[in-house]
Design a binder for this molecule. Structure first.
Ligand SMILES: Cc1ncc(C[n+]2csc(CCOP(=O)(O)OP(=O)(O)O)c2C)c(N)n1
Ligand SMILES: [Mg+2]
Length: 342
């Protein structure tokens, strides 16, 4: 959809007004700002290890824009901040990355499930929720986000197969950034494309440019329409390239082609969309600056709010895991309290 301003012409998505185009821009900037500020907060010791999603924003904003508020989002750690697009406070997500209970939320308040760190285990949850919506005669669907590496996991297979057999209204959204930490896509699968895997489940599989927010929007809108029409799940493979470390604890220079990363950065998704809007005459430099300033303010307020939370009770680490906790927990907790000086 988004051309290059030279030889590749721009396309247009039917049904998107100027307002929509600008709202999508605001979402992209919000996500980008959250991500860039989070890396700084990590370096300053204000949040813990953080999974960077720089250049994944178009996949997240474009797909969520195709949903209704009643639809459910199942994020992986790579989509940790996707709830912002539903109005979830930045402080809540920052608290999650601070390992603080203020980072827990009730999924039903936002129709955003918990951030899933185990690879792919949320795919069957999303399939079950989507099937449940269908059984109740509700119109809502669910979308599950996962990476290229997740498509090698049993949970992905189980969730995709189950949803397909039940014709559950589910969108399986794969962010193919071509790396699973240091494992490249070639070492992950012998399939030519990840979208090809859909054939084995008897569902449609589509490939889309993951750095083109409008293309992602359109592909997701079609998948949502199929889901609502009772035609079951769609697998969307959004193709991109990881342009940042896997997470703040990773040094990709040991395994990645740094020249390729630099090339990818040049066609990163937020800048591409801004250039598109400027060619259309829809976005001015001043308006873009105002959107960035608004997002920066939101982050400043968010981190201040997260840091104002009183420290969590270390006892929480031991609660909610066992109905009958082993006796050793008491000693462990006492030891932890002693170390923390509380
Ligand atoms: C079940 C499980 N196994 C292993 C891990 C360790 N791990 C964390 S991230 C990751 C790579 C996942 O890659 P991919 O699915 O491509 O997602 P991406 O990080 O690229 O978004 C692995 C193996 C985990 N979190 N969960
Ligand atoms: Mg990946």
């Amino acid at each position: 959809m988004i051309g290059d301003g030279e030889s590749i012409p721009d396309g247009e998505v039917e049904g998107l007004s100027e307002q929509d185009l600008l709202e999508l821009h605001r979402w992209l900037v919000l996500l980008r700002t959250y991500d860039e500020r989070s890396v700084v907060y990590h370096r300053q010791g204000r949040i813990g290890t953080y999974a960077i999603y720089w250049n994944h924003e178009a996949m997240q904003a474009g797909s969520v824009y195709a949903l209704e508020r009643e639809d459910w989002i199942f994020p992986s750690y790579r989509e940790s901040a996707i709830g912002l697009l539903r109005g979830l406070p930045a402080s809540t997500i920052l608290s999650w990355w601070r390992g603080h209970p203020a980072g827990w939320w009730n999924p039903a308040d936002w129709n955003v499930a918990s951030i899933c760190v185990p690879i792919g285990t949320h795919v069957p949850h999303a399939a079950g929720l989507a099937w449940g919506k269908k059984l109740r005669g509700e119109n809502a669907c669910a979308i599950a986000y996962f990476g290229d590496g997740a498509t090698s996991e049993g949970s992905f297979h189980e969730g995709a197969n189950f949803a397909a057999v039940m014709r559950a209204p589910l969108i399986l959204f794969c962010n193919n950034n071509q790396w699973a930490i240091s494992t490249p896509l070639e070492a992950q699968t012998a399939a030519e494309t990840l979208a090809d895997k859909a054939v084995g489940y008897g569902i449609p599989g589509v490939r889309v440019d993951g750095a083109d927010v409008l293309a992602v929007y359109e592909a997701t809108r079609e998948a949502v329409a199929r889901a609502r029409a009772g035609e079951g799940p769609t697998l969307i493979e959004a193709v991109t390239y990881r342009a940042a470390p896997h997470a703040t604890a990773d040094d990709p220079s040991a395994y990645i082609d740094l020249e390729r990363v630099e090339e990818e950065k040049e066609r990163e998704c937020v800048g591409r969309y801004e250039a598109y809007l400027k060619r259309l005459g829809v976005l001015s430099d001043e308006a873009a600056e105002a959107v960035r300033a608004e997002a920066a303010d939101l982050m400043r307020a968010g981190i201040a709010e997260a840091e104002a939370e009183p420290p969590a009770d270390p006892g929480l680490l031991f609660e909610h895991a066992y109905a009958d906790p082993p006796a050793s927990f008491q000693q462990d907790l006492a030891e932890l309290r002693r170390i923390l000086g509380g």
